[in-house]
Ligand binder design. Sequence first.
Ligand code: LLP
Length: 435
Amino acid sequence: AQTVERTPEGAVAVGGLDVRRLAEEFGTPAYVMDETDFRARCRAWRDAFGPDADVYYAGKAFLSRAVVRWLHEEGLNLDVCSGGELATALDAGMPAERIALHGNNKSDEEIERAVEAGVGRIVLDSFQEIARVAHTAARLGRRQPVQIRVTVGVEAHTHEFIATAHEDQKFGLALAGGGSSGAGEGPAAEAVRRVLMLDSLELTGIHSHIGSQIFDMAGFEVSARRVVGLLTRVRDEHGVELPEIDLGGGLGIAYTPEDDPREPHEIAKALGDIVTRECEAAGLAVPRLSVEPGRAIAGPTAFTLYEVGTLKELEGLRTYVSVDGGMSDNIRTALYDAEYSVALVSRASAAEPMLSRVVGKHCESGDIVVRDAFLPADLAPGDLLAVPATGAYCRSMASNYNHALRPPVVAVRDGQARTIVRRETEEDLLRLDVG
Ligand code: LLP
């Protein structure tokens, strides 16, 4: 996704910046994020969905003050799912009415801060929470706009979806029950009933998020149909037409060349067509649609820059290439068996490809960054490697395992690089240790 060229000596330059210079200035490991690409992706989503829909970037993918400003400037809204994300959003100037608060176990404090700030949407996830948010809003003299998160009975996997009668997981309230619409007499319908009775809550719509790293549109389409099914039921039962639906995030990205992701305009068209068709069939006004992409915006915009430390050739097996980071800056390989690609970027090499496994420096054998890769056989300590597509769910899921210092995020734009999240220091670690 980034403009990649080679310098005369064969090193890779990103947006006009030689990676060797980036490594010198910012150290390794480092996440290098292309601000221009990030902004372009925001605009692609906005343009695809148009003025009658809203795009909420899912902050869990990666959030920082700079990112909040980019989103704000590019006309996106923001989905937060914790007090920390909310604080970051507000601190960086995202207008509260453009923030949605998510979570299956929001604390009273998180709810209070969100209501007090005036967030545009709280997505309700349980019966207890309906009561809690209603109570807090009443106490603060507010009428809080809310959506109800439903589970539509679609289990989305990477390349497939399985319709289930009941989703066995912690999020949302099940539509359950039956009929082809799926909008049966389940907890979701009961939640609607309760919310409509509460003066301090304004029910604006229904929310559904079916999963993540999805390539197949079919799951989204089933979800859209079932959510409209509930809207129809709500109209029939209560005489109320809810004005919004949110179909969540989940669009997959390319981690390896084999992945073939859908584009924002494809998902916009698929969802828009289904919602319009189903609403027309039911005689409903078409509600305002929103979506919550995280990975599809942030993921492709960054790569992680590592330095090779040691190499270990295991005869007849592969070469283990150890880099100066690992599962503390990218847990996805260990956690989800995620696949990544990797390239030597500090020089050109004509050496034979050797089967390699890029591993970190942590104290366990599962500390793998790239399980299978071909790297040049003359790879040596001091070489720089880049692992692309690490903009989402890498820095945001980074840890201090083994007291590792979490890497910085360096934003590149117009041939300039600047730190937007600085590298952790040992002082940062020790500051928390007050025993
Ligand atoms: N909306 C809701 C309510 C969500 O729970 C999520 C992701 C999103 C939107 C954004 O989904 P995206 O467009 O990024 O797929 N840590 C995992 C991904 C977990 C996603 C959790 N929820 C990973 O590294 O793959």
